[in-house]
Design a protein around this ligand. Structure first.
Ligand code: NAP
Length: 264
């Protein structure tokens, strides 16, 4: 992206971007890609020290303002209080954080399943509503919601997470149309495997089509305003087409379970 495109991006989606879940991995890659485009950052994650160290590095490297809000996105009321108290104009929301308990739903604690809904469903839905009000008033802005190939069909051993990722993709598609007349762009990023600390912890072997976090963040931000969904990487695009369009549902679920079944 050239300097002029960076400036246009900043005019459309700046001056501040809020990245929900941004101390490391993909969230940090989104924050860095935005700082590179000259946007100031509001960063949210639970680990205060990790968040503040990353925030300081972004401030020094890109000379942007960085506000760190240590918070659990599973607690929406607290998040809302912190975000509402800010006195800065937020033109872009990237909702990146997700909770992914691995294993059978029948073996999961109720608290784990409730946290899936709180972080992956309630969080993006309500934060999107909260931040879109000002964007609608200003007739400009953007929202990026993270989805996953796991949410294209049922994914055994990731069933609740996969269902929540499907929610984000469908939500973004509906909002893409609802908010377009108000000048607000919405996109769902349907990612395959990404080399993040979370992915590396859960999966030893590298899946085909695995991308770096920087590549996924750049691809999603470049597609914002152009499409309702983006699937970074050719292999992942082909996989989604196969799983959602070509194969019968039973076969798609069986194929997915061959890769998710070995997760522990
Ligand atoms: N990694 C993959 O292979 C992959 C594939 C497809 C889709 N995705 C999607 O991509 C997104 C990123 O996933 P990732 O696992 O790779 O994570 P990541 O971006 O590498 O890290 C997650 C970030 O969110 C923060 N976070 C997590 N839970 C939080 C909470 N409850 N409250 C506040 N902050 C929280 C973490 O910091 P703290 O721990 O400090 O809170 C961390 O900064 C997710 O939406 C996921 O569904 C990932």
């Amino acid at each position: 992206m050239n300097q002029r495109k960076f400036e246009n991006f900043k005019l459309k989606y700046g001056p501040y971007a809020l990245v929900a879940g941004s101390s490391e991995g993909l969230g940090a890659a989104y924050a860095e890609a935005l700082a590179k485009r000259g946007l100031n950052l509001v960063l949210i994650a639970r680990r205060k020290d990790v968040l503040e160290t990353f925030g300081k590095a972004m401030k020094e490297k890109y000379s942007v303002d960085v506000i760190c809000l240590p918070a659990d996105l599973g607690d929406y009321e607290r998040t809302k209080k912190l975000v509402t108290a800010l006195d800065v104009p937020i033109g872009l929301l990237v909702y990146n954080a997700a909770y992914c308990p691995i294993g059978l739903v029948e073996a999961a604690a109720e608290e784990q399943l409730a946290q899936v809904v709180a972080v992956n469903v309630k969080g993006p839905l309500l934060l999107t509503k909260l931040l879109s009000q000002k964007m609608i008033q200003n007739h400009r802005g953007g929202i990026v919601l993270m989805s996953s190939l796991a949410g294209t069909q049922g994914s055994p051993k990731l069933a609740s997470y996969a269902a929540s990722k499907s929610f984000n993709a469908i939500l973004a598609e509906g909002l893409w149309q609802e908010l377009k007349p108000h000048g607000v762009d919405v996109i769902a990023c349907i990612a395959g495997a990404i080399l993040t600390p979370g992915y590396q912890q859960a999966q030893q072997a590298k899946a085909p089509g695995t991308l770096t976090a920087a590549k996924v963040a750049e691809t999603a931000l470049n597609a914002l305003g152009k499409y309702p969904i983006v699937i970074p990487g050719g292999v992942n695009k082909a996989a989604r087409f196969l799983l959602s369009r070509l194969l019968p549902r039973k076969t798609a679920i069986t194929i997915m379970s061959q890769s998710t079944g070995s997760l522990s």
